[in-house]
Structure formats: structure tokens, C-alpha cells
Design a protein around this ligand. Structure first.
Ligand code: AMP
Length: 215
């Protein structure tokens, strides 16, 4: 199953992505997480993308698309994958389509998680991430079982630098301007499914499973 998770920052894509990927045993490919790990490692790519991420701007396509294509060429993507945070504009959507078509593949389902802006701002304020392994938590809705440490690797959790309110507002503006139009693109292809994302985590996951388990 080849899936795209769409939605504004803070709608819970990362949380649902983990649940879906565990259930179907497919890799979770989050461009934001890959970029953040590169920044934390101080790699060449990390140095190139850091300024864009800090300001909430999109990383240029020549860096983003090659990162995704290299990842999708790995063996573990043969039986499916879930893309989270990519594509983010119409050009990325078209490049992805071309890339998959060349391999005789296509996206099966695009899940759009929808949440009001008020709830988004509340969720982002409580979001914490592990700087080492990239695991994401929320102090209110999805806390780490070991307090302010990562329950996967034990590192001290931090707030993402781009989760500050002024940067979040910029990220939301970019979402509304350049990412929202790709909803129509996938709707026209007949693969778009809308999910109400304000329920609790398990109820949202149940609605997602119902969609993914229907032909
Ligand atoms: P995210 O974790 O998906 O919210 O992404 C965090 C940041 O990484 C974004 O604000 C962008 O700066 C960058 N980023 C992630 N995915 C993409 C993408 N598909 N295209 C361009 N920039 C991206």
C-alpha cells in the first residue's frame, strides 16, 4: 500500500503515520524528520536546509525531491510506504507521480487530516521531539511514558525551533498557499479521503483503518 498523509502542520500526521506504519509494516517517510536528523548530525544536507527550516520556509525542490527519490528506491519501499510531509506543493506532487509511473507504480490513497487552526496552535504548543531519534510527543495528548525524556532512546525532549508561534504562523500560511492546492490534484485523481482529526488519537486511527482496509 502506497499512502500519502496530507494536512497542515500540527494536525497529527506524525502520530497517525506511526500507527499506520506499524499496522501495515511499511516504512514511514517523513521529509521533516529526515531533514531534522540531518541538521542534528551536521551533515552537508543538514547545513543546507537548516536556515529554511528555522524560518518555516520550504526547502528547495532540488534538495527535497532527490532525498525522497533516494529513499523510495530502497528495498523496504517495494511493498509500500507512507509519505508524511511530502509532497508539499504541486511541483512535488507531479514529480512524485512521474517518478512512480516510470516504475509502473502509483499512490493508492491520500489521507487528508483536517483540524481547525485553533486546535493546531494548541497542539503545536504542547509538541516535544527527541533531538536524537526524532520521536514526537505531546505533553497533553501523547506524553512520553518517561516524563521529559524520550521513551525510545532516553534523550532529553526539546521543543522544535520551528514550533515557535511566529514560525508556526508562517508554516500555516505556506500550507494554505502552496500545499492546499494539491488537495484538488489528488481529488481529481480519485484517491483523496478526508479525515476529521479532532477526535482522540485512537478514534482517528480507527477511521483511517476503515478507509485503508476498504478496496
Ligand atoms: P514537517 O516536520 O513536515 O513540519 O517539516 C518541517 C520543515 O521541513 C518544513 O517547515 C520545511 O522547512 C521542511 N520540509 C519538510 N518537508 C518538506 C517538503 N516536502 N518540501 C520542502 N520543505 C520541506
Amino acid at each position: 500500500m502506497k499512502i500519502i498523509l496530507l494536512g497542515a502542520p500540527g494536525v497529527g500526521k506524525g502520530t497517525q503515520a506511526e500507527l499506520i506504519c506499524d499496522h501495515f509494516n511499511i516504512p514511514h517517510i517523513s521529509t521533516g524528520k529526515l531533514f531534522r536528523l540531518n541538521v542534528a548530525e551536521g551533515s552537508d544536507l543538514g547545513l543546507q536546509v537548516n536556515e529554511y527550516i528555522k524560518k518555516g520556509k520550504l526547502v528547495p525542490d532540488y534538495l527535497t525531491i532527490s532525498l525522497v527519490e533516494d529513499r523510495l528506491n530502497k528495498d523496504d519501499c517495494k511493498n509500500g510506504f507512507l509519505l508524511d510531509g511530502f509532497p508539499r506543493d504541486e511541483n512535488q506532487a507531479k514529480e512524485l507521480e512521474l517518478f512512480l509511473n516510470k516504475k509502473g507504480e502509483h499512490i493508492d490513497k491520500v489521507l487528508l487530516i483536517e483540524v481547525s487552526e485553533k486546535v493546531i496552535l494548541d497542539r503545536i504548543a504542547g509538541r516535544r521531539v527527541c533531538p536524537k531519534c526524532g520521536e514526537s510527543y505531546n505533553v497533553k495528548y501523547n506524553p512520553s511514558k518517561v516524563g521529559d525524556k524520550c521513551q525510545v532512546c532516553g534523550s532529553e525532549l526539546i521543543q522544535r525551533s520551528d514550533d515557535k508561534e511566529e514560525v508556526v504562523l508562517e508554516r500555516l500560511a505556506i500550507y494554505n498557499k502552496v500545499t492546499k492546492p494539491i488537495i484538488d490534484y489528488y481529488n481529481a485523481l480519485g484517491v483523496l479521503y478526508r479525515i476529521q482529526g479532532e477526535d482522540d488519537i485512537n478514534d482517528i486511527f480507527k477511521s483511517i483503518l476503515a478507509i485503508l482496509e476498504t478496496d
